[in-house]
Design a protein around this ligand. Structure first.
Ligand code: SF4
Ligand code: SF4
Length: 472
């Protein structure tokens, strides 16, 4: 029985409610009056219910879909402005005891080369990332209590935060590791993590159990209730995601929105981020084995609907997607992207020979960070390495009202300009530097608050003079 406040996964992600929502959407997919009223509600930037979002997803009308995209763009611009935040994944270990059939790290894959970074290697990878200009990481590790116990993850976090190479620093470490206990989440919180990220993969319980035939991840309830335990432990920035292509996209969209509604209802704080990866090729993984692959056009529609359904939630796209797909996704709602990612263990320092491939997935966007950054500048965005909110204590229920009202823009914009300036001073190519300086000179004048504008200009000059790490 559906209950948004329940502590049980089967009740807050109720299969019956998902199917009833999809049936309601099917019945109403041509109901222009209803769809227009949903879009009017969405225009107030207060979000949509999972049922309303399902109706939009089912809507076949080009005219109404175009209206939907225009609204998504408008909401994106009003809440997030022009800034796009960068992050990079850092793979610590691909040892894993789970059996996820879509992932090359699954325990039965005997020919993949297994690797785990030593602290010296973590240090070297961190320096390589700092030398590219990165400030925000997402740590990735398989689930393996012997090879990758929590102590190992905590030690890696400590190592990463301790390294200050030249002007570099990793200022926010997000963590994507397996579902764990409240006690372990408390220890991650104490280690100073930013967001705890855990992808649901699929919300369809039956399908979930088939796709995870063995290992601790097989337990659907343990996995689905992980964000509740993280919140109970005091981690109030949590990141959701599904792997589109495992089940039908409509089922997953409704499921992820029900999850967001549940977190909001129980803790007063919705997800900090939502990721929208699609299944893609990798060692031992053939996309042709999955029949629910999401076409580009529908993937963009899903992004637009998420943007208007949870306007306060940051949305993330990785280098799984091509530059062309990422460009459209940025317009429709994405606020955070990775650049120049290595999806291999140790891959930032030593690119791997083919026979030693440890990549979790193949990348479509293989440009350097400088190329991606310059591309964003050319598209009219402000590339940002901002990590300010978490460091200023603006997380969870302190962050959400600012995000919901759009007031966070007063911080995002100047922080984007200042962190871009740092990048230009320390890492940029001449072409990127020229473009970046032009964008900073133009956009600093667009900061609405006079006082903030004045301080930002002073800080930009301080950065020019060699100082670093300012934030609003
Ligand atoms: Fe292990 Fe995660 Fe890959 Fe599953 S998805 S096999 S848990 S690394
Ligand atoms: Fe993100 Fe906060 Fe920085 Fe804005 S000010 S980019 S919300 S960390």
């Amino acid at each position: 029985m559906y209950n948004v406040n329940s502590i049980h996964a089967d009740e807050f992600i109720d299969d019956g409610e998902i199917r009833a929502s999809l049936a309601y959407a099917e019945e109403n997919k041509n109901n222009a009056e209803l769809i227009n009223s949903i879009l009017e509600k969405a225009a107030q930037r207060k979000g949509l219910t999972h049922r309303e979002a399902a109706v939009l997803l089912a809507c076949p009308s080009n005219e109404l879909n175009e209206k939907m995209y225009a609204l998504a763009k408008e909401i994106k611009e009003k809440i997030y402005g022009k800034r796009i935040v960068f992050f990079a994944p850092l793979y610590l270990s691909n040892y894993c005891i789970n059996s996820c059939v879509y992932c090359p790290y699954h325990v039965k894959n005997k020919h993949i080369c297994r690797k785990k970074l030593t602290q010296e290697q973590v240090k070297a990878e961190t320096i390589a990332l700092q030398d590219m200009g990165h400030k925000r990481l997402a740590l990735e590790a398989g689930e393996d209590p012997v090879n990758n116990p929590l102590e190992y993850i905590l030690e890696c976090i400590k190592t990463i935060y301790s390294i200050k190479h030249k002007n570099g620093a990793i200022r926010r470490v997000n963590v994507n590791i397996a579902a764990t206990t409240v006690e372990d989440y408390k220890r991650l919180k104490e280690a100073g993590i930013g967001t705890y990220i855990l992808f649901q993969e699929t919300y369809n319980r039956k399908h979930y159990e088939e796709l995870h035939p063995a290992g601790p991840k097989h337990d659907y309830a343990w996995h689905t209730e992980a964000m509740d335990r993280a919140q109970e432990a005091g981690i109030d920035d949590v990141g959701l995601g599904v792997l589109f292509g495992l089940d039908t996209y409509a089922y997953e969209l409704v499921g992820i929105l029900m999850h967001a509604e549940h977190l909001e209802a129980r803790f007063g704080v919705g997800p900090h981020t939502i990721s929208v990866p699609r299944i893609c090729p990798a060692d031992d993984i053939d996309v042709g084995d999955f029949s629910n692959a999401v076409p580009d056009e529908m993937w963009h529609k899903i992004i637009a609907i998420l943007r208007i359904a949870v306007p306060y939630t940051g949305m993330i796209v990785s280098t799984r997607e091509s530059a062309k797909n990422r460009q459209k996704a940025l317009e429709l709602g994405i606020s955070q992207i990775s650049g120049a990612s290595s999806t291999s263990v140790g891959g930032y320092v030593t690119p791997e020979p083919e026979e030693e491939n440890t990549a979790q997935f193949d990348r479509s966007d293989t440009r350097t960070l400088d190329e991606v950054l310059n591309w964003l500048l050319e598209l009219g965005y402000i590339p940002s390495f901002c990590t300010a909110c978490y460091r200023e204590g603006r997380t969870g229920d302190r962050f959400m009202p600012l995000a919901k009202s759009g007031a966070i823009q007063n911080c995002c914009q100047p922080n984007a300009l200042m962190t871009l300036k740092e990048y230009l001073m320390d890492y940029a190519s001449p072409a990127t530097k020229e473009n970046g300086e032009r964008v900073i000179a133009e956009d600093v004048e667009n900061i609405p608050n006079e006082n903030v504008r004045r301080i930002c200009k002073e800080r930009l000059q301080d950065i020019e003079n060699g100082k670093r790490d300012f934030r609003f």
